[in-house]
Design a protein around this ligand. Structure first.
Ligand code: NAP
Length: 294
């Protein structure tokens, strides 16, 4: 019988690529979104679209009905307790396997919600696969796109620290592998890109590919926070970003692993390939600015 897979966060940075990658496989896809009316045709055509909200338990029953496996994303705006309750509901409803989008280092950092959620998941009867992802390359095209477009700058307070950027498209493919193939039960993978780069090196790649000078002025935390605030970003989001870039600044974001290559059966994408593929978004006068929170 065809397996039924529920994808949460399907309109998000990673979820959209999970749906795309699953579409090539012999599974039935259930897409849980808050507003089914607004999903793209790619998502609508991929499977059954149903109304689902982590904060509305009345939507969970239909979302979980007859589901064998699920891809779980914690939207940054949703309290971890709601995710924990949803995980327990999935277990009760007989979901056999959960694949959770977590973050690199979640097992050690007791302060972050991912640590708590991972523990909720591993305490259930469900098989689990934890995808501990490094910093998404797509943050550059979502959160920081305007700095490149308007100021020809990469404006993040990461000092000279290196980051093992991973492409969300590779995360989507890796998720499809562990959702549909055997051998990944009760495992955690650390998904990074193939290289660790500092933002000076990233700016050089942008300059080469876009054929104009993009600089990395190494802003302080204060200068970064001030610009984000002037742009109207919420304080909580700015604080989160400062925490993430401090981790990079102190040298804790640069670990490169072979897990992406092993799951994908090829080398994961490099930052240069990402900038080449997304170049149109960084041209001045390009598409409207969009932000997704990490
Ligand atoms: N950015 C990074 O570098 C990074 C690195 C490692 C891990 N992560 C983790 O990745 C996760 C975010 O993944 P992402 O960037 O792919 O997501 P995203 O682009 O931020 O999108 C969030 C998704 O959640 C959905 N959503 C929001 N509120 C919801 C609710 N109340 N109920 C149901 N769905 C809701 C949104 O769908 P609708 O609005 O359409 O309903 C959207 O599809 C976070 O947990 C973050 O910590 C991020």
């Amino acid at each position: 019988m065809t397996e039924s897979i529920l994808v949460t966060g399907a309109t998000g940075t990673v979820g959209q690529h999970v749906v795309a990658a699953l579409s090539d496989r012999a599974v039935s896809i259930k897409v849980g979104v808050r507003d089914p009316e607004t999903v793209s045709t790619e998502i609508a055509d991929a499977g059954e679209v149903i109304a689902f909200d982590f904060t509305k338990p009345e939507t969970w029953g239909r979302a979980l009905r007859d589901v064998d496996r699920m891809f779980l994303v914690r939207p940054p705006v949703v309290d971890k307790s709601k995710i924990g309750e949803f995980v327990e509901a999935a277990d009760r409803q007989g979901v056999a396997r959960v694949v959770y989008l977590s973050t690199l280092g979640a097992e050690k950092n007791v302060l972050i919600p991912h640590h708590w959620i991972e523990n909720r998941i591993t305490a259930t009867n469900m098989e689990y696969t934890l995808l501990r992802a490094s910093f998404f390359m797509q943050n550059l095209s979502e959160v920081h796109r305007r700095d490149v477009v308007d100021h020809d700058e990469i404006f993040v307070p990461a000092g000279s620290g290196k980051t093992s950027f991973v492409d969300a498209r590779d995360l989507g493919e890796a998720a499809a592998v562990v959702l549909t193939e055997s051998g990944h039960a009760n495992k955690a993978y650390e998904l990074t890109g193939p290289e660790a780069l500092d933002y000076g090196a990233v700016a050089t790649i942008f300059s080469d590919v876009l054929d104009r000078s993009i600089t990395y002025p190494q802003p302080s935390l204060l200068a970064f926070a001030t610009r984000m605030r002037r742009r109207g970003e919420p304080l909580g989001f700015i604080a989160l970003m400062c925490g993430i870039y401090t981790t990079a600044r102190v040298g804790l974001a640069g670990r490169v692993t072979g897990d992406s290559r092993r799951l994908l059966g090829r080398h994961p994408r490099q930052v240069r390939a990402f900038v080449e593929d997304y170049a149109a978004e960084f041209q001045t006068g390009g598409d409207a600015y969009t932000r997704n929170q990490p």
